[in-house]
Design a protein around this ligand. Structure first.
Ligand code: HEM
Length: 251
């Protein structure tokens, strides 16, 4: 009950936003690291995707650990969004009437930027999963191969096909820019929530927040950019057999 009481306060909500934000940030670092395996060639990235599904074997079955990670991520995403929503409502209620018509402050611009970039990221993630994981949204063909009775995405082939289209590559880079903005402000307010900010340290915190978000932007954007420009070569062997769009892990 103490936890619930804490959650009702603004600082409790800020802590939930901060903690879930850190989990999502760690996921992004791991995902970016995995994506960069495309530079090691087709085999590297496809083997990596396969490892993700065989994690924990033989104790766990095919993709079980992946499903646990997905569940943790989903809980964090939902808690992050719902808590931000409640926090905005709580702040509005607490704001005195006389501030309503004041000119827009820097903090208001930052929070609007966070909300707008947050919505773009949410739409991106939904479309992104429907594209590369389930194959329901196919601006370019998404192929799966059958392996030991399971459907596996042809990751390199799919990335190459998608990012050969300039507008898909462009939309991805745009979404990564929104993530960069969101992360920069998120990292900054995280440090403030923890009470770490003070005059002496603020400059170095800002530099760290900037380096982390810009690093993620370039790390993620390198993949669409290098496929689109042809720096990353086409796949050597495009499989002839395609499977209809369906969730691969259910097979
Ligand atoms: C250029 C940037 C990105 C590329 C090229 C990319 C690529 C991919 C690919 C190929 C998959 C399917 C992997 C597989 O089936 O093994 C995937 C899954 C996924 N990606 Fe990304 N991704 C990018 C950015 C992001 C970002 C920024 C987020 C989150 C904000 C994200 C969230 C996810 C999620 C949640 C999944 C589903 C994981 C699963 O359940 O298997 N991705 N991504």
């Amino acid at each position: 009950m103490r936890v619930l009481k804490m959650y009702k306060t603004a600082i409790g909500k800020k802590a939930v936003v901060a903690i879930t934000g850190v989990v999502l940030f760690l996921f992004l670092i791991a995902h970016m690291g995995g994506n960069l395996k495309v530079f090691g060639g087709e085999r590297d990235i496809d083997t990596y995707a396969e490892h993700l599904r065989t994690l924990g074997e033989p104790i766990f079955g095919w993709a079980d650990v992946l499903w646990i990670m997905r569940a943790v991520l989903l809980v964090c995403v939902l808690a992050h969004i719902v808590t931000v929503f409640l926090l905005v409502k709580q702040n509005k209620r607490a704001r005195p009437q006389k501030y309503r018509h004041h000119h827009i402050q820097a903090s208001t611009i930052a929070s609007r930027l966070m909300q707008a970039s947050g919505v773009v990221i949410l739409v991106f993630v939904v479309l992104h999963i429907l594209q590369f994981t389930t194959g329901n949204v196919q601006p370019a063909p998404v192929l799966f191969r059958e392996q030991d009775g399971h459907l596996m995405a042809e990751v390199y082939v799919n990335l190459h096909a998608a990012f050969s289209l300039w507008w898909v590559a462009g939309l991805y880079v745009f979404a990564m820019a929104c993530i960069c903005v969101h992360l920069y402000h998120g990292a900054w307010s995280f440090l403030q929530t923890l009470g770490f900010d003070n005059q002496d340290r603020n400059r170095s915190f800002r530099i760290w927040a900037w380096l982390l978000s810009v690093g993620l932007f370039f790390g993620f954007s390198a993949v669409p950019f290098c496929f689109w420009t042809g720096i990353l070569p086409p796949p050597s062997d495009v499989p002839s057999q395609t499977h209809p769009a369906q969730s691969p892990e259910t097979h």
